[in-house]
Ligand binder design. Structure first.
Ligand code: ADP
Ligand code: MG
Length: 729
């Protein structure tokens, strides 16, 4: 019998790696080929226009209409030379992914023909007919529309025949409807607050930049096999499937040799990413079979976020030309590692100082400690919010499961840095600070070896780990827009730095010397943020109990975790930093709850279909065959012997009946539970109902399906199994 399952598997095994045409130039020559970067701006724009645009990019200066027109003209000329015929405002609505609406560069020429035209007005602002994007009630179809506005701090680029213009997406009443607008506000807030604090140490600093280096994990599966799994196709994860006899136990996949087909895909992806100005640097196998990772060199946060959005769509596209599908879901396979997106985050000054890296002098180290401790304070004060910022229906499968950080935010510092903080906390003030002649105050901060950057004892179980010159926020989901985590983190750090400065300034006003004032507040913070520091095993049961004792947020229900956005502390923080208003936060939460509900709802429907169209029919058919066998044994042999011979089959027949009955009954209850939940009008309550009653049923039903998978004749099973999905040759 050849079923679709066997056909697609055979085809997958026969698929050969694609020959990737490698550009003749070196990467340094084709890097940014499709990006309107400074070098191209300089070439395509008049000198005075270039200067005005540079000012807008670096300092957020406004562009007047005349300048915008000339910028648009230069961009159009450049893009058309690359074959572009269309342009689009490229924005990041509150769904996953990006949105774009393409328009051609054409206008009537007034003589019955056409001209290629692109004005500053079209570059700077557009009104996408976007009433169907989620907006949490800020803007319904009949209200004022939203508009997208150019973000000059992220350069435009060409994909295929289209000039893509990174934009923010805002309601006419000013509320943000996307990720980019609040991100830019959070970055501005942390810039201001951190620059102020830097001035204690380096008065010449004018700007502090937030950096992000993401590491993107993903799975690849053969496209044909993928298409034979409706659950993967429609939900991005397997809703059923028994573990393969071998998966990651041998740990032979991590850093192992990359299969030829995958290597060809990676090569192709890298070339295209570099051409789009994404500075990819690292690629390797990950822990699970078919799991891989890629990472660029870190960049300014806003650009890094755009580049991550761009790489995710590029991965999806390039994978298909190689006969693969890329899975960005955080947990596509049960019992096998999920995928995350580590967000390496740090702050740096325009004068070239990395603020999260230890320095050489004691004063440099006090600056370093100041920024580390303020970060810890921010994470402590807003640990629930930070968790909410990375939470989703899909990431929930990864967090809390055994091989991923639990749904508790804590920070790992490593022994060296912990020792320094302990010393600062416990030493007598006069030990730390002494008057030393004409040099004024002398600091006694233990030397922090620079080697630490490479030597930090890695704790892979920590969701927010210090790694030498940065913090690594590991709880971010592979599918997520990094902006969500970066908005919360940068805004929280901004708030904390403002509070820190207020306290230090008050002490200075009261006559305390500057360094002593800083040291006092730092010591206070070290004590206050202690509950967030945890260097032990974050996956252990003891930690869960300990975290609860420490007062950390231990909630595991996704819809309830979202409440953190609306707590008094969060609203105060977002409003005081100018990042988001209460109204915006409320609207965005509506979207989060609604999205959560829809995800579970879709999974429930797909599972119902799988059960009725695949699982139960196949199991019943196999069962019938066994029954047939039992009857024939009876006809052939004396009663006693027949009974003995058919005992095994009778047991299986019975088991199959048990499982299929359970499954059918529970699919019926699932439908009923959905009907009840769907009647709930309040989005939060509905999401809670979906979380509490419907999501667990999916798991219960799955258990019985997976048992059947082990029982039923392999030849009859219609859906590709884990072992077939997970081992690319
Ligand atoms: P890992 O050992 O965690 O895989 P990598 O060396 O692959 O670490 O680096 C992970 C990411 O961290 C890369 O994107 C890298 O550019 C980024 N990174 C390195 N230093 C910093 C920093 N100071 N700030 C932000 N990101 C950084
Ligand atoms: Mg890492």
């Amino acid at each position: 019998m050849t079923t679709l399952r066997f056909n697609v598997i055979e085809k997958a095994f026969q698929t050969k790696p694609l020959d990737v045409p490698v550009p003749k130039e070196r990467p340094s020559e084709y890097f940014g080929k499709y990006v309107f970067n400074r070098e191209k701006m300089f070439r395509y724009l008049p000198a005075n226009v270039f200067a005005r645009l540079a000012d807008a990019m670096d300092h957020g200066a406004a562009l007047d209409r005349d300048v915008a027109d000339q910028v648009a003209e230069g961009m159009k000329r450049w893009a058309m030379e690359l074959g572009a015929t269309h342009y689009t405002h490229w924005f990041q609505p509150l769904t996953e992914g990006t949105a774009e609406k393409h328009d051609a560069f054409v206008e009537h020429d007034g003589k019955g023909g056409m001209v290629e035209e692109f004005s500053g007005k079209l570059l700077v602002q557009q009104e996408p007919d976007a009433s169907s994007f989620p907006n949490g009630g800020i803007r319904n179809t009949f209200e004022a529309r939203g508009y997208s506005a150019w973000d000059p701090s992220s350069p435009v680029f060409v994909v295929g025949d289209t000039l893509c213009i990174p934009t923010v997406f805002i309601a006419y009443t000013g509320e943000s409807l996307d990720y980019k607008a609040p991100l830019l506000k959070a970055l501005r807030a942390v810039d201001r607050a951190a620059t102020d604090v830097c001035h204690y140490f380096n008065p010449e600093v004018k700007k502090v930049v937030s950096y992000l280096g993401w590491e993107q994990e993903y799975f690849l599966v053969d496209e044909g096999i993928f298409a034979a799994r409706p659950d993967l196709l429609l939900t991005g994860r397997t809703l059923m499937g028994h573990e393969a006899s071998k998966n990651q136990q041998l740990e032979d996949h991590y850093f192992g040799a990359i299969p030829a087909r995958v290597a060809a895909f990676m090569k192709d992806l890298e070339i295209q990413a570099l051409e789009l100005g994404i500075p990819l640097k690292t690629r390797h196998n990950e822990v699970a079979p078919n799991q891989f990772e890629l990472a660029p060199i870190f960049e300014e946060c806003n650009l890094a976020v755009d580049h991550n959005m761009l790489i995710m769509s590029l991965m999806r596209k390039v994978a298909r030309t190689h006969g693969f599908r890329v899975l960005l879901h955080e947990k596509p396979f049960k019992g096998i590692n999920g995928s995350g997106k580590h967000n390496n985050w740090s702050l740096g000054t325009d004068t070239g100082i990395l603020l999260m890296a230890p320095g050489k002098t004691e004063e440099e180290n006090l600056r370093f400690i100041t920024f580390v401790v303020n970060t810890l304070m921010a994470v402590h004060r807003h640990n629930g919010l930070l968790k909410a910022s990375i939470m989703s229906a899909t990431n929930a499968h990864r967090l809390g499961a055994n091989e991923a950080p639990p749904a508790i935010i804590s920070s790992f510092l490593g022994t060296q840095l912990s020792r320094v903080l302990d010393h600062l906390e416990n030493a007598e003030p006069e030990e730390l600070l002494s008057l030393s002649g004409k040099h004024g105050l002398k600091l006694d901060i233990p030397q922090i070896p620079e080697l630490m950057i490479d030597n930090t004892d890695r704790n892979r179980t920590s969701p927010f780990a210090f790694t030498g010159n940065r913090f690594e926020f590991r709880a971010v989901g592979s599918e997520a827009n990094c902006a969500s985590a970066m908005i919360a983190l940068n805004a929280a750090v901004a708030e904390q730095l403002v509070d820190f400065k207020r306290e230090v300034d008050a002490l200075i006003q009261a006559g305390e010397p500057k360094l002593s004032a800083i040291l006092q507040v730092v010591r206070r913070c070290i004590k206050a943020c202690k509950p967030i520091r945890f260097d032990g095993n974050g996956y252990s049961e003891e930690w869960k109990a300990e975290a609860a004792r420490r007062g950390l947020d231990c909630e595991t229900s996704v819809p309830v975790i979202f409440d953190n956005y609306l707590s008094d502390d969060s609203v105060r923080m977002f409003e005081s930093t100018g990042v988001m208003s209460r109204k915006e936060l409320e609207a965005r939460n509506e979207v989060k709850w609604e999205t959560y509900t829809k995800k579970i709802q879709i999974e429930a429907r797909v599972l119902g279909d799988l059960v009725m169209n695949h699982i139960v029919p196949v199991a019943t058919e196999y069962q019938t065959r066994l029954i047939d066998n039992v009857y024939k044994l009876k006809a052939l042999f004396p009663a006693e012997k027949a009974e003995k011979l058919s005992a095994q089959n009778l047991a299986i027949i019975d088991k199959i009946a048990e499982h299929t009955t359970y499954i059918k009954e529970h699919v019926d209850s699932l439908v009923e539970a959905r009907k009840v939940a769907n009647k709930i009008a309040n989005e939060r309550e509905k999401a809670v109902a979906y979380h509490d009653t419907i999501a667990p049923m999916l798991e219960q039903i799955r258990y019985h399906i997976d048992k059947l998978e082990l029982m039923v004749d392999d030849q009859m099973w219609t859906l590709p199994k884990y072992r077939e999905l997970l081992f690319i040759r």
